[in-house]
Structures are given as structure tokens and as C-alpha cells.
Design a protein around this ligand. Structure first.
Ligand code: ZN
Length: 179
């Protein structure tokens, strides 16, 4: 098992043959596209990956990636913290054509050369795990819109009740026609 200072470049097929497990952390700043998608690129991604060759001969990488990110809540525009825990189930293939043959329970990853940067192997998985629209849970959100919305409902009800009251001018009108 490789731990601590992780190698920057790995040979995933070689690691799969050796059934190597890699556990440790990588800096978020080493994942430039992921870092750009979140508010604060400080911090680390903890990873724990098992490389293996499955019964069908696929080079497989299984494990977890975890990191807490800060995003902007799209409802209240304030910071929200979101713990991400990504389960990886990757099949390493040489080219696009081979990717089509990968069983559905794997995500194919094309590694056209012997070696690949460890960060390249996991960056897309992290990006895909980010919510399309980040929002706090309603109970944690700082947005006041829901309170306003319920006030609005109250006004509507008050208006709806008004017509049931007797209109004094209508009474006057009926007195006039009596004379
Ligand atoms: Zn919010």
C-alpha cells in the first residue's frame, strides 16, 4: 500500500497487476479545473484507491475520494460547506473504442499512455460530484424569500374575505330605490 507522499505520475495497469492500494491526500490546488469550480481551493482531497484486474481482464480502480468544499448558495448567495464523498469505480482503457466495451457498472477512463497523473485520474470524478446548482438545506439557508411568500399568501386571504362584508353604499342604494 502506498501512503503519505503520493506519486504524481502512476502506471495504473502496472498498479492493477500488483493489486496496489493507494491511500493519502492530494492538494485541491493540484486539481486546477476542480479548484476553479469551488470557492476556496485550500485544503486536500483524501483518497483511498484499490487498483486491480477484474475477472474479465479490465483494469479497475475502486475506492473513495472525500473533500469538504465551499460553494456559493444560489438561493441566498452566501457560503455553504458541502462534504463530498465520491465512490470511484473506474475502468482504465487505451482508447475511445475500448471505452464502449466497458460494462455499465464502471466509468471508463481513457489512459492512452502507460502513465497518467494521479490528479488527472480523479479530477473529473470530483467535478461530476459537484451539484449543478448549489443550495443550502432550507433550514440552513439565509434567504428570506419564503417568509415573504407566506406573508403574501396572508394578504391574499384578507382580500378574499372582504367581499363578504356588507357594502354600506349598497345599503344606501337600496334605500334610494325604496323612495
Ligand atoms: Zn442559502
Amino acid at each position: 500500500m502506498l501512503t503519505g507522499q503520493l506519486p504524481l505520475s502512476i502506471n495504473p495497469r502496472k498498479l492493477a497487476h500488483a493489486e496496489t492500494r493507494i491511500a493519502g491526500s492530494i492538494l485541491v490546488t493540484d486539481l486546477p479545473r476542480f479548484a476553479e469550480a469551488i470557492l476556496d481551493p485550500s485544503g486536500e482531497v483524501a483518497l483511498d484507491l484499490q487498483f486491480l484486474v477484474d475477472e474479465e481482464g479490465f483494469y479497475v480502480v475502486q475506492g473513495t475520494l472525500s473533500v469538504e468544499v465551499k460553494l456559493t448558495c444560489q438561493r441566498c448567495l452566501q457560503v455553504m460547506r458541502l462534504p463530498l464523498s465520491v465512490t470511484c469505480n473506474l475502468a482504465i482503457v487505451w482508447h475511445e473504442e475500448a471505452a464502449k466495451a466497458v460494462p455499465a457498472h464502471y466509468d471508463p477512463v481513457i489512459v492512452a499512455e502507460a502513465n497518467v497523473a494521479l490528479t488527472d485520474l480523479v479530477e473529473d470524478e470530483l467535478i461530476l460530484a459537484l451539484p449543478i446548482v448549489a443550495r443550502h438545506e432550507l433550514t440552513e439557508c439565509h434567504f428570506e424569500g419564503n417568509v415573504e411568500a407566506s406573508d403574501q399568501d396572508g394578504d391574499d386571504n384578507a382580500e378574499a374575505n372582504t367581499p363578504s362584508r356588507e357594502n354600506p353604499f349598497q345599503v344606501l342604494a337600496s334605500l334610494k330605490t325604496d323612495t
